[in-house]
Design a protein around this ligand. Structure first.
Ligand SMILES: Nc1ncnc2c1ncn2[C@@H]1O[C@H](COP(=O)(O)OP(=O)(O)OP(=O)(O)O)[C@@H](O)[C@H]1O
Length: 258
């Protein structure tokens, strides 16, 4: 069976510095994947390469057997980035329409239904600079999913969402995957990853340090009790943990003495 996403020996260099890879992995349809890793591990860089937004330095990425260099292939991808500036002067609706036009599709009806689901429909005529952080996240998500992409990649999609919206998004993603699509979520939220993802990739210093179900990753970390503990064991060496503890004691001792 052809993989939904096939990442073949992908590397990324900025100048002489290699920040990613080689990374190889296959993602199947109908699965929810979590991409985990410490700050600077290369998660966003990898997502940008997978979505065709950044070129890799070497290697190849295919979606259902076709290179992501192909425009048609890229139209079957959806991406909700983290912290990318918005065109503030556009209204919410103009932002969604822009995505429709770039994809040469008319998904207006679906945009409206999604906006209703995420409770931003009432604000679509407002300019984006008036949107709150959570509203922006939701708008970004609606734009990413309105064309029903086969592969949906999301960078920290739950950050800043209120509990109800988080629940709606979580349910939506589960159903989306049940419908045969593939979801890849980069996150620092270990509890959510452990609960929701079928499989996780743990990236460390630009390389996949561990991958599999949360249970498999835990077993690779001497049967750690949680994914969070496994993450810590696989990405932090004992020496730096000791130095951290000493520094915390040192830095807080003066505070408590006052
Ligand atoms: N445009 C750039 N130029 C040079 N180096 C970059 C650039 N973008 C990212 N990097 C470097 O690439 C590495 C990976 O960064 P990346 O943003 O992919 O990490 P991340 O895992 O998403 O981190 P975080 O969890 O903090 O968001 C880091 O060392 C970063 O400094």
């Amino acid at each position: 069976m052809v993989a939904m996403l096939d990442i073949q020996s992908v590397t990324k260099k900025y100048g002489k510095r290699q920040v990613l890879g080689p990374v190889s992995a296959k993602l199947d349809k109908g699965r929810y994947y979590a991409l985990l890793g410490p700050n600077g591990a290369g998660k966003t860089t990898l997502l940008h390469i997978l979505m065709g937004l950044t070129n890799c330095s070497s290697g190849m990425v295919t979606v259902r057997g076709t290179s992501i260099d192909n425009l048609e292939t890229r139209r079957d991808l959806g991406f909700s980035p983290d912290d990318v500036p918005f065109p503030e002067s556009l209204t919410g609706w103009e932002f969604l329409e822009l995505h429709n036009r770039l994809r040469q599709r008319d998904d207006s009806e679906r945009c409206l239904k999604l906006s209703e689901l995420f409770q931003i429909k009432h604000a679509l005529d407002q300019q984006i600079f008036e949107f709150s952080h959570g509203m922006r996240r939701k708008l970004q998500f609606v734009a990413a999913v309105s064309h029903e992409p086969a592969l949906l990649a999301l960078d920290e999609p739950f950050r800043g969402l209120d509990p109800r919206s988080s629940l709606v998004l979580r349910t939506f993603l589960q159903r989306y995957v049940d419908g045969g699509k593939t979801v890849l979520v980069a996150t620092h939220d270990m509890l959510r990853a452990e609960r929701d993802a079928d499989e996780v990739f743990l990236l460390h210093n630009g390389l996949i340090r561990s991958q599999g179900t949360a249970e498999e990753v835990r077993s690779q970390a001497q049967n750690a009790l949680s994914l969070e503990a496994a993450f810590d064991a696989l990405t932090t060496d004992k020496k730096s943990a000791e130095i951290d503890n000493e520094l915390i004691l040192d830095l807080t001792a003066t505070t408590t003495r006052r």
